[in-house]
Design a protein around this ligand. Structure first.
Ligand SMILES: C[C@H](O)[C@H](O)[C@H]1CNC2=NC(N)=NC(=O)C2=N1
Length: 96
């Protein structure tokens, strides 16, 4: 079971994730793709990454706008896995 990050750890990680905001025990980021198929392609790639990590974001699809929410449900908080998943989502969406 991963451990919850401390406030200090979270603060330093978030400094390197400028596109993410903290909402309590969740990290959130919105991505605007160029059109609906491009948004679905991003979701598809994020799904591949999530399966590889066995760590899964909540994804809300609104036409070409994607809302990602990342949290570790099993510990009820934020862990290193959430930071890694956020970085991987950034890498997938770099060219959006
Ligand atoms: C059995 C499996 O490892 C767990 O259910 C995993 C799967 N993906 C998960 N994803 C997220 N975000 N949080 C979890 O606690 C979690 N648990």
């Amino acid at each position: 079971m991963p451990e919850k990050l401390t406030e200090d750890q979270l603060t330093s990680h978030l400094a390197r994730l400028p596109q993410w905001r903290r909402d309590g025990d969740t990290l959130r980021r919105t991505v605007q793709a160029r059109d609906f198929p491009a948004a679905i392609a991003v979701v598809d790639e994020v799904a591949r990454v999530a399966e590889e990590m066995d760590h899964h974001p909540d994804i809300d699809i609104r036409w070409r706008t994607l809302h990602f929410a990342v949290s570790t449900h099993s510990v009820g908080g934020l862990t290193e896995l959430d930071i890694q998943l956020a970085q991987r989502i950034d890498a997938v969406t770099d060219n959006e």
